[in-house]
Write a protein that binds this ligand. Structure first.
Ligand code: ATP
Length: 228
């Protein structure tokens, strides 16, 4: 008998916003999941705007999910040295939960690039993949990914409960055209991102002056490349 599935939602969360939080909650309830773990990735070095440290992104995420039962912040990718591959993260989660289905949640934009992630086919040996709808005109899936959809797509979300890994499910969620890129651009231009994220996150960003033009962190730990 398998235990109820655990969800894994990875991202740079730079910063966390309602686009992440609302779709996460809808998936949490719809699948349903026993818990949803938010995994903060390290940040690629080629950022377009001034940015914040991984620890600051983590702190904003903790503020955002603190009051939602079942939402957990998982900092394991920040604690590991060397490049951070999702396949290794899933292996470490699998070792902790050998009899629990794992569901890797990814937005439709990120799913379109899955075939470029390190050892991407192994992801299906470790977890199910749940693709969340996201507004935008996304390119057609590559032939490799289309083939995976053909062979792995499950008939119902309930089927996620009956096997440990290997399935693919497309979860429709409320379309919210919010992105961290847009939020960073607003802040860099001196405009307000209020109401695109929880108030607590907004207040911290404003009081600490995060993401403002000229805001830099000499002790930033975000120099490693995060490779999917
Ligand atoms: P950026 O604009 O910096 O690329 P982002 O807003 O896309 O950031 P990420 O931290 O890169 O946020 O995303 C983490 C995960 O959340 C990804 O799988 C992404 O597809 C998904 N996601 C982000 N925003 C939304 C949204 N508005 N609706 C659905 N999924 C989303």
């Amino acid at each position: 008998m398998l235990t109820a599935p655990i969800g894994i939602f990875g991202g740079t969360f730079d910063p966390i916003h309602y686009g992440h939080l609302r779709v996460a909650l809808e998936a949490f309830e719809a699948l349903p999941l026993a818990e949803l773990r938010f995994l903060v990735a390290r940040q690629p070095p080629h950022r377009d705007t001034p940015s914040v440290t991984a620890e600051q992104r983590l702190a904003l995420l903790q503020q955002a999910v603190a009051e939602q039962p079942g939402f957990v912040v998982d900092a394991r990718e920040l604690h590991r040295s060397g490049p951070s591959y999702t396949v290794d993260t899933l292996a470490s989660l699998r070792a902790e939960w050998p009899t629990t289905p794992l569901c890797l949640l990814i937005g439709r934009d990120a799913f379109g690039a899955l075939h470029r992630w390190s050892r991407w086919q192994q992801l299906f040996e470790l977890a199910h993949i749940v693709v969340l709808t996201r507004p935008g005109n996304w390119p057609e899936l590559s032939p490799e990914l289309s083939a995976e959809v053909t062979t792995r797509q499950l008939p119902t979300a309930q089927a996620l409960q009956h096997q440990l890994a290997g399935g693919l499910w497309f979860q429709a969620v409320t379309p919210l055209a919010i992105s961290a890129t847009h939020i960073r651009a607003l802040l860099a231009a001196g405009r307000s991102p209020r109401y695109l994220m929880p108030d607590a996150v907004y207040t911290t960003i404003v009081t600490q002056g995060l993401y403002r033009a000229g805001h830099t962190h000499p002790c930033s730990t975000d120099t490693d490349i995060s490779r999917k």
